[in-house]
Design a protein around this ligand. Structure first.
Ligand SMILES: [Zn+2]
Length: 380
């Protein structure tokens, strides 16, 4: 019996055994989940400016409650030593700039919700406040594959919603200016779109989140886990986030294009990134991995040099180094990296979730598989 079949059988028995508690969707009143999220779209400083468009014009509101309608369809914002400049008119403090029709565009992307221009540390932070549901709908366009089936999108809708709420709660407890950025450091947010399967996934899972100890979990996910066992990853706090410490390997992403990857980096390029002197560089070897096989430390060997760099830094050299699970080998004037997986190997595996859907598992079973010790709860 191969590991794939064994994994399927083990999962099926596990899910049926846990049926009684996991499938009960219970309302948890103690979770004070925010209904909106604050997304940083831009930081403006120096001479940088930003054009924002809205067909209905804007309502400008200062912190002391003064309101003013700006009928202009196009406005230009920039930082100025005296404050925020809007169409060359200065405002000394943070302001709300809300599109009157609820929709605005900037940099060829269109968003719903409100805008806040926060003046802080000689910068303007352009923050979009939008409902959690609208935000999840938007990020699913980039974080999921709209061609994937409804059940996979339902799985990812709950995951993205839970992640967003946990990050919003964390940011607000730390009194941050915004909750998340719009990049893949959090979840990629490129504004509105029209994708019926995603709209249906949101509707079918409305208000459902993943909880542990009656709190939203930090629902991390990556594209392809590469079969790495998360409980062996050194950075996972098994006590604080036991739901990220899955003790079994996901066999479901093996058909993902990034399950096995290889990339070659010229030594010239590598030396610019490290940085080090190419004349003395000989090779780059891995000196430390954690129990999961993720690279923690590498050694640059050469004439008179012996220098260590971290696995994290190496991962940042190029997006062709797709994960932290890799080996290195010198070939000619290049270093060849051979690895497995795409992303950080923690939490839900998106390609694995898609494969599980194709095998007939529903979103509840998939979420339980990737986030052990959790349950689904309703926050509405
Ligand atoms: Zn996987």
């Amino acid at each position: 019996m191969n590991i794939f079949v064994l994994g399927t059988i083990l999962l099926a028995s596990f899910c049926f055994a846990q049926n009684s508690w996991f499938f009960s969707k219970q309302k948890i009143a103690s979770i004070k989940a925010p209904s909106t999220i604050r997304v940083l779209l831009h930081e403006l400083k120096g001479k940088k400016s930003l054009v924002i468009k809205s067909k209905g014009g804007f309502l400008l509101e200062t912190l002391d409650g003064k309101k003013q309608t700006i009928p202009d369809v196009i406005i230009t914002i920039c930082w100025h030593q005296h404050g925020i400049m809007i169409n060359k008119i200065p405002y000394k403090n943070t302001i709300n700039l809300n599109p009157l029709n609820g929709i605005f565009s900037t940099n060829q992307r269109t968003y719903r919700g409100k805008l806040r221009l926060i003046l802080e540390k000689n910068k303007i932070f352009v923050v979009n406040t939008v409902s959690i549901e609208e935000y999840v709908y938007c990020v699913l366009k980039t974080e999921s594959w709209p061609g994937w089936p409804l059940e996979t999108n339902k799985t990812l809708a709950i995951t993205c919603r839970t992640y967003a709420i946990s990050k919003a709660l964390e940011a607000r407890s730390q009194k941050k200016l915004y909750d998340v950025t719009d990049t893949n450091k959090f979840q990629t947010y490129h504004g509105i779109h029209k994708t019926p399967v995603i709209a249906q996934a949101l509707k079918d899972t409305q208000g459902i989140i993943i909880a542990h100890n009656n709190q939203p979990i930090l629902a991390m996910y990556d594209s392809c886990c590469g079969g790495v066992i998360p409980s062996r990853i050194e950075t996972i706090n098994q006590k604080k986030t036991p739901y990220l410490a899955r003790t079994y390997a996901c066999p479901y992403c093996k058909n993902c294009p990034a399950y096995h990857w290889q990339t070659s980096m010229p030594i010239t390029h590598l030396c610019k990134k490290i940085p080090c002197n190419e004349k003395y560089f000989n090779t780059l070897v891995i000196t430390k991995k954690d129990r999961a096989g993720l690279v923690q430390e590498l050694l640059i060997k050469g004439k008179g040099i012996s220098m260590t760099i971290t696995g994290n830094k190496t991962y940042s050299f190029s997006n062709t180094i797709k994960s932290f699970y890799f080996d290195t080998q010198k070939k000619g004037n290049s270093i060849v990296f051979k690895g497995r997986g795409l992303g950080h190997h923690i939490g839900l595996c998106q390609w694995g979730a898609h494969e599980m859907t194709k095998k007939g598992f529903n979103y509840k079973q998939i979420l339980q598989y990737y986030y052990p010790t959790t349950k689904l709860v309703s926050i509405i």
